[in-house]
Design a protein around this ligand. Structure first.
Ligand code: F6P
Length: 325
């Protein structure tokens, strides 16, 4: 087994709270093992353009509590072409880099997987995305913070909804996955959750709202995942048409879900994963994603992590409806 001496770390795709804590863990674990550690700016774009900087222990001081990413992030189309990856490889070689740690979502892992098949630089992926849409891990870095941000916002919306006897339709992020909707919906006692994995029929929801109206339950919250086939505005239009007396409002939470100080859970998750990523390179466990399964570090081959999708337990939706009735 070849010893890895010089490692690089980057953040790629949409930022997620806790990415900084992961970078800090990688840098300090690498330095502890006498490695040279480099930070790549702007994800794969920095690899292609040679924006690669040496990092010291103090480069990552005072960042564990900060949202965003000090390494910046980008989505880089050039890296998806063989010429782009070749430039990236040559730039890594200029710094003698022999191990790469990629913190990002499944798009970023697809890039890492291709790169590791073509070149002799082992890659380790850390799941950093608010969407929690990656197989091989129970949680992703940033998910807990994003859900807590959504919960905080939805609780506030409930206050005003309650004051006015209003119906609110709240759209949350998650790309094609409904985890933010599911978790924030349950935690705020939403009356309905709409998400791609469990297609709620708007007609069924309308029937339920009509029944609520008859029993004078006028405050209702519907949490819609952005990936649901009927968007929040469309749902509102359909409801207004069938329930003309309902005082209906739409709120799209948007990018506030990506920012903010990471929760304790995300800081610890990111720290454990960053530490485990460097250890994987030392032990010769290459081209894997570091996950957390049943609270234990778990390695999944990168190609599996990019292909598989976690099964969602949709019984949670039934539970949510029962508890909110
Ligand atoms: O993947 C994270 C995410 O915030 C998704 O939930 C959302 O669909 C997307 O990124 C938004 O991307 P952008 O910031 O490029 O608009």
């Amino acid at each position: 087994m070849k010893k890895v001496n010089n490692i690089a770390v980057l953040t790629s795709g949409g930022d997620a709270p806790g990415m900084n804590a992961a970078v800090r863990a990688v840098v300090r674990t690498g330095i502890y093992h006498q490695m040279n550690v480099y930070g790549v700016m702007y994800g794969y774009r920095g690899m292609v353009k040679n924006e690669i900087l040496p990092m010291e222990s103090k480069s990552v001081a005072n960042i564990i509590q900060r949202g965003g990413t000090i390494l910046k992030t980008a989505r880089c189309m050039e890296f998806y072409e063989p010429e782009g990856r070749q430039k990236a490889y040559e730039n890594l070689k200029k710094h003698n880099i022999d191990g790469l740690i990629v913190i990002g979502g499944d798009g970023s892992f697809k890039g890492a997987q291709k790169f590791s098949q073509e070149y002799d630089i082992p890659c380790i992926g850390l799941p950093g995305t608010i969407d929690k849409d990656i197989a091989g891990t129970d949680f992703t870095i940033g998910f807990d913070t994003a859900v807590n941000t959504a919960i905080d916002a939805i609780d506030k919306i409930r206050d005003t909804a309650d004051a006015h006897d209003r119906l609110f339709i709240i759209e949350v992020m998650g790309r094609d996955a409904g985890y933010i909707a599911l978790h924030s919906g349950i935690a705020t006692g939403a009356e309905h959750i709409m998400m791609p994995e469990h297609k709620a029929e708007v007609e069924d929801i309308i029937a339920d709202l009509q029944a609520n109206e008859r029993r004078k339950k006028l405050v209702n919250l519907i949490v819609v995942a952005e990936g649901h086939e009927t968007g929040a505005n469309e749902v509102a239009k359909m409801i207004k048409h069938r329930l003309p007396n309902a005082d209906t409002r739409v709120c799209i939470l948007g990018h506030i879900q990506r920012g903010g100080t990471p929760t304790c859970q995300d800081r610890i998750l990111a720290s454990r994963m960053g530490y485990a990523a460097v250890n994987a390179l030392i032990e010769g466990t290459y081209n894997v994603m570091v996950g957390i399964v049943n609270n234990k570090i778990h390695y999944t081959p990168l190609d599996h992590a990019v292909k598989a999708k976690e099964e969602m337990d949709t019984d949670w939706v039934k539970m949510c409806k029962i508890l909110a009735s």
